[in-house]
Write a protein that binds this ligand. Structure first.
Ligand SMILES: NC(=O)c1ccc[n+]([C@@H]2O[C@H](COP(=O)([O-])OP(=O)(O)OC[C@H]3O[C@@H](n4cnc5c(N)ncnc54)[C@H](OP(=O)(O)O)[C@@H]3O)[C@@H](O)[C@H]2O)c1
Length: 243
């Protein structure tokens, strides 16, 4: 274990990336606050977080929801870093596109406002997605952060997860504009398909996708030909490097 570091808030601690990142931050000596959606009936088992090494001394769990952006204030107050991982992910289009976009954008901007209000946050690291650069409509071999997905182009495509791709693109754009306007230090991380081990109880869509051939999910085979993958530990390391 390394020496004690500062206090960092990770949104979306119940998710695949959020929970792995919390584990790695604790390993690196950080004190961590995380946010989870409220669970009035207390049916949710959070022992995969509370039983992590050093969690009893260094992990605090708060309730917050992107539908109520101010709910993040308490978790963020007093932190030096915030890693905003939580996002509405509705791959099967159960909710209207506008609802998902609104939740992602206003939740993200609300979190940035909480960071400003805190007076303690020095840097925000935001988990964006390769879907914010991938759908530019340009035929190129290599993409970098100078590319942006085109929302009109996405809307015309016959693809799954449109609301996810649109909401990630619009939320990152809004976050960068807000940070620029308010002088907030914001770093965005753009992972491709994230895979690897996990500690959360839910099998993440990206892990299931990369295991398609192992699990015999034939309808997902073709997707494997067209995606780039990144290991969860590399994603966690990138977030911690910038925190
Ligand atoms: N996995 C990938 O391949 C990949 C690639 C690029 C970028 N990313 C980004 O990485 C982040 C995490 O993805 P993941 O794969 O770890 O997905 P995940 O396992 O589904 O985690 C999503 C997290 O967001 C939380 N969340 C959803 N709606 C919320 C709301 N209304 N209020 C508060 N929290 C909410 C979820 O909480 P509940 O548990 O309560 O639902 C969960 O903790 C997302 O921003 C995603 O865009 C993922």
């Amino acid at each position: 274990m390394e020496e004690e570091k500062g206090r960092v808030c990770v949104t979306g601690g119940t998710g695949f990336i959020g929970s792995w990142l919390i584990m790695r931050l604790l390993d690196h000596g950080y004190s961590v606050r995380t946010t989870v959606r409220s669970d009035p009936e207390q049916k949710r088992d959070l022992s995969f977080l509370t039983n992590l090494p050093r969690a009893s001394e260094r992990l605090q769990i708060f309730n917050a929801d992107l539908n109520n952006p101010e709910s993040f204030d308490a978790a963020i107050a007093g932190c030096t870093g915030v890693i905003h991982v939580a996002a509405p992910i509705d791959i099967h289009g159960k909710e209207p596109e506008e609802v998902i976009i609104q939740r992602a954008v206003s939740g993200t901007i609300g979190i940035l406002k909480s960071c400003l209000k805190s007076g303690t946050v020095k840097r925000v690291v935001y988990t964006s997605s390769a879907s914010t650069v991938h759908f530019s409509g340009k035929d190129v071999d290599m993409l970098d952060e100078t590319f942006w997905s085109d929302v009109d182009y996405i809307r015309k495509l016959d693809i799954w997860g449109k609301s996810y791709k649109l909401s990630k693109t619009l939320a990152e754009r809004a976050a960068l504009e807000f940070a620029e306007e308010h002088g907030l230090d914001l770093v965005t991380i753009i992972p491709s398909f994230v895979t690897g081990p996990f500690i959360c109880p839910q099998l993440a869509g990206s892990v299931r996708g990369t295991l398609a051939m192992v699990m015999g999910n034939r309808e997902e085979y073709s997707m494997l030909l067209n995606i780039s993958m990144v290991h969860i530990d590399d994603v966690a390391r990138a977030h911690i490097f910038f925190t």
